[in-house]
Write a protein that binds this ligand. Sequence first.
Ligand SMILES: *Cc1c(COP(=O)(O)O)cnc(C)c1O
Length: 420
Amino acid sequence: MENRTATRGWNFKENKKLVSASGLTVRSVLNKLMSCVDPADTRPVIPLGHGDPSSFPCFRTTPIAEDAISDALHSATFNGYPSTVGILPARRAVAEYLSQDLPFNLSPDDIYLTIGCNQAIEVLLSALACPNSNILLPTPGFPYYEAWALFTHIEIRHFNLLPEKEWEVDLNAVESLADENTVAMVIINPGNPCGNIYTDQHLEKVAETARKLGILVIADEVYAHLAFGSKPFVPMGIFGSIAPVITLGSISKRWIVPGCRLGWLVTNDPNGILKEHGVIDSINGYLKISSDPPTFIQGAIPQILQKTKDDFFSKIVNMLREGADICYDRIKDVPCITCPSKPEGSMFVMVKLHLNLLKDIEDDLDFCLKLAKEESLIILPGVAVGLKNWLRITFACEPSYLEDGFQRLNSFYQRHAKKQ
Ligand SMILES: *Cc1c(COP(=O)(O)O)cnc(C)c1O
């Protein structure tokens, strides 16, 4: 063995903050569950933990998107570096696409292209991370926000979503949590993990609360238009004149192409408050020191947004509705889980786990680990999205997989049920 010690000792070590922040992500919990699956089980793994149905043939994206990307690539005009905020034709196309649902027109200057919606979260939280700042995040929520807040030293304060009120924001809690260092609150609509859709009345109250508190609203609308219940999807941006709204989105979910890594950060701020208070400069500053979505994907964006046909969108929404219906029905057959409200959007439903009906299960994580091991069925434990002893189930899945998944869930329950 050679001498492995540097003359003065090695100076580098673990970045503890990063190791703990990354342990918070959905991805790390799902990896852990997958590693529990018994390799001797010959049945296929049923993945009801993810938010990416792209591997199911019935959720394949539209040929319009595939052709747009291929055309952009073969044109050989998108092989260079893009500009830091995104190429103009793509930003213009996003502005036009989003303006269809707004009472005012967005300008391309309101649009910043990012590497998926995830990088939009990274950019925005990094831009907002001034000393002592705090942010209000929903419980349950999307842990990527917690991870970036932790990593950028923004203090996290949690408000609840109310299951008995179709997962509306507890606005009283928001008011009591906020102080002069609160910079923003986050809402996710359509909801991940709850599958809820907010009414325009509720969104207006969110905006009025934000104005009262002097904070901006971060509206994560990555599931925009994936609404299949009684309520339509309403973009938060329509209330941008009450309080500044920054909308985050991407093509990942509506077009089922999370691999394209193309998202956006959009300012809905007709009163120019964000510019006046330096937020725009901060966002631009962060984008100058980070990387950009591939230029040829940006080059495909105008065609993707302008040419995709309504029949593709309605096919996807119908698939999700069918999945949500199957899920909601089958949940009633499994005594140890209950669902407070039927999902109306996104790809998920939250169900409450009743441990008192189970004899040898410690908590939601234990439930999901044993389920993966015994049934090769992957379901996300609620603790991964901030709500212990709940479960998040994905219904964006081939219907036969869902049926099979619920059968496995039922046999798991039978084996672990307390004898009456
Ligand atoms: C999937 C998801 C994202 C990330 O979207 P990408 O475009 O794939 O980066 C962001 N927010 C929420 C709530 C999500 O579910």
